[in-house]
Ligand binder design. Sequence first.
Ligand code: ZN
Length: 465
Amino acid sequence: MPVDFRIAHALGQISPAQTQKIISTLVSFRNRSTLSSMVKGLPPGTGVTAAADWIYSQFQAISAQCGNCLEVHRDTFTQAPGTGPHARITQPTTLTDVYAVLRGTDPGQAARMLLVTGHYDSRNSSNFNTTDPAPGANDDASGVAVSLECARVLSKLRFPATLVFVAVAGEEQGLYGSRHLAQEARQQGWHLEGVLNNDIVGGNRTPGDKFQDEHAVRVYSEPVPADATPEQIRRILMLGYDSDSPSRELARAITEVARTYTGAPATSSEPIVSGLAPVLEFRTDRFLRGGDHESFNEQGFAAVRFSEWREDFNHQHQNVRMEDGVQYGDLLKFVDFNYVARVARLNAATMAVLADAPPEPVHVIYPFPKVFVFNNSLNDTSISWQPAPGTPADTRYMIVWRPTAAPNWTRAISAEKAREIISWAGKDATYTVTLPISKDNVIFGVMAVDPQGHRSPAVVPWPGR
Ligand SMILES: [Zn+2]
């Protein structure tokens, strides 16, 4: 994928100093426990509601810089208590999600949305402690810094599709804020094409830790859609599509973006996403743990999680204290602001590329005859697809494939080239390409590409007519 210098220039404006400012301000609210919204008489400038007010004001300030280009929202609701002995919300509790929307400029594509999120609530050793410090510098002021930085630099550009910049609460009690937003999105028919959840992207640097990798970020994606029915799961397993959920194709698209925007291109001195490689993790989240992307997965949306390479659990969900010479607590001093900025650049690049790219093709199928015939034509592969509604007329398509055991796409050919090789029929807005490669041996995908080379995530074909 070629570099888009307009995007590269925006990425160059993401600054470690700005991420430091955001994270230290969030830490200054002392304890951002979601439960603090119900505590009366908190000192001014402390607690989760003050933090929500500040994030809201930041989105407004960003919007003021771009001619009020953002719609800034504050979605406050009452969360009912959880059930069971381990409930972490035990009384009706006020929660606030804060988000800003940069509407797409193409009426045919503005319904398409890309969303970046982090959670602004924090906690210390006890879920119910709303008074002792819970700085949450890494978990997850770092993720909120990514959302705010993406909003700041991308709001200076315009995209055909819509971008949404989010900070949610209630993560530490059970993903309540993200679940509420994801359910609203589903009910309101948001066409969310990709959700990027950043949680613990501070690049923790504990003195003496030799195992942190400041040039790697883990990207988690579900193998099979969380909302798949048993019958759908049966078909996914039958076809060997247990590593091709839309979330996983989104994760693969992130590696494509990183390949293009990692390191400065020869023709520009702009620093871009230099020195950060996404490491695809083929599981929904870290072992036995979860995050806000799962709320979106549950509602049928493609969503992934970014996390630093190596977490330090002395600095998560801990009261700030010294014990046997060890510092506990999620403190500002352990955050690597350069790392947060790199993660923010990769997020911003992904949002920009996917928002510029045409919509993914639809009705992507292996067209099967009514009667299945065994002959040598089965060694060839035909793939058909249609442009999604609103697709610009100058959209082109790319066929990608990989061996079934390969994690990422290994080969690609433009659909027009494929036409020269074998056959092509592009009539009535249905495209068909036939390639001399057996679908028994590889997994295929189809991407939509615009004239500048921005590519959609791949869509795998299903048997159909
Ligand atoms: Zn977190």
